[in-house]
Design a protein around this ligand. Sequence first.
Ligand code: NAD
Length: 464
Amino acid sequence: MVQFTPVENIPGIVQELKKNFDEGITKDLIFRKQQLQKLIQFFDENTKEIEEALYKDLHKPSIESITAEVAPVVDECKYMIKNLERLTKPTHTKKRFGLNASDKTYIRKEPKGVALIIGAWNYPIHLLLLPVVGAIAAGNCAVIKPSEVAEATNELVAKALPKYLDPRAYTIVNAGVTGTTALLEEKFDHIFYTGNGAVGRIVMSAAAKHLTPVTLELGGKSPAIVCDSADIKLTARRLLWGKFYNNGQTCVAPDYVLISQENHDDLIKAFQTTVKEFFGENPQESQSYGRIVNHRQFDRLQRILESTEGNKIVVGGQTDRENLFISPTIVSPVKGDDPNLMQDEIFGPILPVVVVKDLNEAVNIINSKDKPLAMYIFAGKSEHYNFIMDKTNSGGTLVNDTLMHLQEMSLPFGGVGPSGMGSYHGDKSFDTFTHERSTMIKSTSLESANQARYPPYTDSKKQL
Ligand code: NAD
C-alpha cells in the first residue's frame, strides 16, 4: 500500500509550488510542451503496468483500460501540444467605447497559479491525469491527489509519475480524508475535484474560505429514455454497453430506464439476448466483465439488490462477495419513486426499468430528481428527443447511444446543479485553468480628446 504524505509536509509542498510558480517556470511554452511530452512518455513506458494496476483494482478489461484511461489522456496531451500557440495567444476585442478608439484591448491567457486536482477511484488514471493535462497546458503548477480507494493504481502513479513530471511544478500528494482535509485548508488558485456530491460540498466550503474557484465533476442519476420511435435492438446493445462498462461504476452510466408499456417486453427480451451476447452464459467467467472496487461498495450494492423485493429481477441477480462479483442485473418493472432503486445513484451493474405511460410522465420523473450529469434518449424521431430536451436539463445529452459523448473531446464535459459545476475536455480544459486577464493599453496621444472626461464637468461633456 502506498505511504500517505505526512500531513505536516503539506503546507511546505504548497508553498514550494507557489514559489516556483512565481518564478515563472511553468509559463514558458517550451516547458509546458516538454511536460506534456513527458506525460505521453509515462504512458508509453508504463502501459502494461497501468493495465495490471487497473485489473487489480477493478478487474478492468484491457480494452477498457486502453480506450477509457490511457488513450484519452495521451490524445489530450497531443492536442494541447499541437494547439498551444493558438490557445495561449492573446485575443483582441472589438472596441465599443468611442474614447478608446485608438487604444489596444486584448485578453491575455494567463495561468491561474497552483491548482489542486483531486481524482476519483472509478477511472483512477483518466480522472486524475486528464485535468492535469489542462493545468500543464495552461501553465499552472499542480498538487495531484489520486484516489486512495484505487490502491494499486495510486501506488503506481505515486511511484512512476514523479520520474516524468518536473517536481518543481507538479507534486503528488497521497492522502485519504485526513490528508485531503489538510490540503483543502491551503490556499490554491483553482481546485478541480471529481467524486461524489457530499464531498463536493466539503470541497466547495473549504474553497469558499479562500474564494478559490472550483470545478466540481460530480455524479447523479443519469436517465435513459427509450421512446416509441427507438430501434429496440440497437438501443439494448448501446444502453447495456454503457451500463456495464467498468461494471456500472461510471459517473455517466445510464442509471435507470424509462419506457412505455408497449415496448417494455421487447426491450427486456433484447436486454436478455444482449447480456448473453456480451458476457456469455456465465458472466463471472467473462474476460470482458469487471468487478466492484471493494467490499464497502459491494455491500452497498448487495443491500440495493436485497431491497428489490416486490420488483422482478429479469436478468442476473447473482453475487459472489469474495470475488466482488455482481452479475449484470436488470430489475423491471420498478416504480419511478422506488425508495431503494430510484433515489440515490446506483453506481454498479444494476439497472432498474420504469414503465411510463408517455413522454410527459418520463419528463416528470426526471424533473422530480436532481439535474443529471448525462441524459440518454433513444428515439428515431427528432420531435421525440427535442421534446425531452426542451422540457428537461442535464450536464450533457446523447441521443441513440451512451458514454460516447465523453470520448468526443470537442464537447465540454461537466454537470449542472447537483451533478457538477464547470467543465473540461479539449479547449475547455485549457480555459478552466486559465485566467482571462482583460488588458488595455491606452494611447498617450490625442490628449485633447480626453479633455471631454476631465473636470470641470460642464453640460456639453454630458454627451460623451
Ligand atoms: P472517491 O472515494 O475516490 O473520492 C473522490 C476523492 O475525494 C478522493 O480523492 C478522496 O480521497 C476524496 N475524499 C473522500 N472523502 C473526502 C473528505 N471527507 N474530504 C476531502 N476529500 C475526500 O470517489 P467517490 O466519491 O466514491 O466517486 C464516486 C462518485 O463520483 C459518484 O457519485 C460518481 O458519479 C462521481 N464521479 C463523477 C465523475 C465526473 O467526471 N463527473 C467521474 C467519476 C465519478
